[in-house]
Design a protein around this ligand. Structure first.
Ligand code: NAD
Ligand code: GLY
Length: 361
């Protein structure tokens, strides 16, 4: 069993990584006998994992209710969030309750925001079941729902009390979802860790084959990187911004096409190639690195160009609503080398549009 700590003073918390974790009641800390909890999950995950989790919590003396939501990015909304509040109120959950997010990033982000706002804040635990949520979204306390006009626009920074990563969950994950998670994995290599990028080049096939040792190493390394970044810059005043590589372009794709048409990781993959192109146009990123990134994304079955139905002009209104925009200025994360990136706020819109055009199919 691996343990990583996200160090945030009194709000520090463990990330526990192992296979078969649901069978180990010790991992439910900080829940103890006599506590009550509400598991939040969706209709696809419930038949796979809800029963086991519920049984183990019950055996550990924790009274557990459940709320099952529809499955999909389009349901990461205020309307569906309200269903969680209704379920909590109907079962008379008070401030001492704990929400348990059992699912991918959609369930994790929505449950985290429910926890941040229910009765002004209750405890929550992340039990991420997708690769994407295990390497990224369950760690760091960004919680949110989408607005029709923009991704993750309504939310809060609110840290979980614990993150419990059971590697066995990935055995049931559809292949397209595995690839989507790999986009965020590859992102860490590009922005901060050239050695990890090289490791990915050598081990991508093992990851795609769900080889346990490769998966365990990959997830641990991503969680270590993310935990360090969050400890240094919880509220994204500096270093944490780098985690948004490709996201400004990618969120535009997700919002413009309609949530759930392209998966988050797919949009981020195309967005990272657009950021690479922007950096190339500025003369700050060499062609060999760009080709290495393209090859790795392609091997992971991820898109390296944007959707055919979107013109460069379609991106701009969405990009200008990005949460990083300051004083109406676009702020973009751009790579400098493998393992190195920077934030720029001085890129002309024409260059941005030209680089999106470079990535048209
Ligand atoms: P998701 O939550 O939609 O899950 C993907 C699909 O896999 C869903 O259909 C889900 O029901 C299914 N699924 C989940 N676990 C499964 C399993 N073990 N076996 C079989 N099916 C399973 O998508 P995601 O990729 O996990 O998360 C994407 C979301 O995360 C986006 O909303 C994105 O904005 C958000 N995100 C948040 C952060 C953050 O820091 N908070 C970071 C990155 C992404
Ligand atoms: N996934 C971006 C962040 O956590 O900051």
């Amino acid at each position: 069993m691996e343990r990583i700590t996200v160090t945030l003073g009194k709000r520090s918390y463990p990330i526990t990584i192992a296979a078969g974790l649901f069978n180990n009641p010790a991992i439910f800390w900080p829940l103890t006998r006599g506590d009550n909890a509400m598991i939040v999950t969706n209709y696809s995950i419930a038949p796979l994992y809800l029963h086991a989790l519920h049984e183990h919590l019950t055996q550990a003396g924790i009274t557990t209710d459940q709320v099952i939501l529809p499955d999909g990015e389009q349901y990461k909304s205020l309307t569906v969030l309200n269903r969680v509040f209704t379920a909590l109120l109907k079962k008379s959950h008070g401030r001492n309750t704990t929400l348990i997010a059992l699912g991918g990033g959609v369930i994790g982000d929505l449950t985290g925001f429910a926890a941040a706002s229910y009765q002004r804040g209750v405890r929550f635990i992340q039990v991420p079941t997708t690769l994407l949520s295990q390497v990224d979204s369950s760690v760091g306390g960004k919680t949110a729902v989408n607005h029709q006009l923009g991704k993750n626009m309504i939310g809060a920074f609110y840290q979980p009390s614990s993150v419990i990563i059971d590697l066995d969950c990935l055995k049931t994950l559809p292949r397209r979802e595995l690839a989507s998670g790999l986009a965020e994995v590859i992102k860490y290599g590009i922005i901060l860790d050239a050695t990890f990028f090289a490791w990915l080049e050598s081990n991508l096939d093992a990851l795609l084959a769900l080889e346990p040792q490769a998966l365990a190493y990959c997830i641990r390394r991503c969680c270590e990187i993310k935990a360090n970044i969050v400890a240094a810059d919880e509220r994204e005043q500096g270093l944490r911004t780098l985690l948004n590589l490709g996201h400004t372009y990618g969120h535009a794709i997700e919002t413009h096409l309609g949530y759930g048409i392209w998966l988050h990781g797919e949009a981020v993959a195309a967005g990272m190639m657009m950021a690479v192109q922007t950096a190339r146009r500025l003369g700050q990123f060499n062609d060999a690195y760009a080709e290495q990134i393209r090859q790795l994304l392609r091997r992971a079955d991820l898109p390296v160009s944007g959707p055919v139905e979107m013109a460069p002009e379609d991106y701009m209104p969405h990009m200008m609503r990005d949460k990083k925009v300051m004083s109406y200025k676009l702020r973009l994360v751009l790579p400098l080398a493998l393992g190195k990136a920077e934030v720029r706020d001085d890129i002309a819109n024409d260059i941005v549009k030209a680089s999106i055009k470079d990535c048209q199919p």
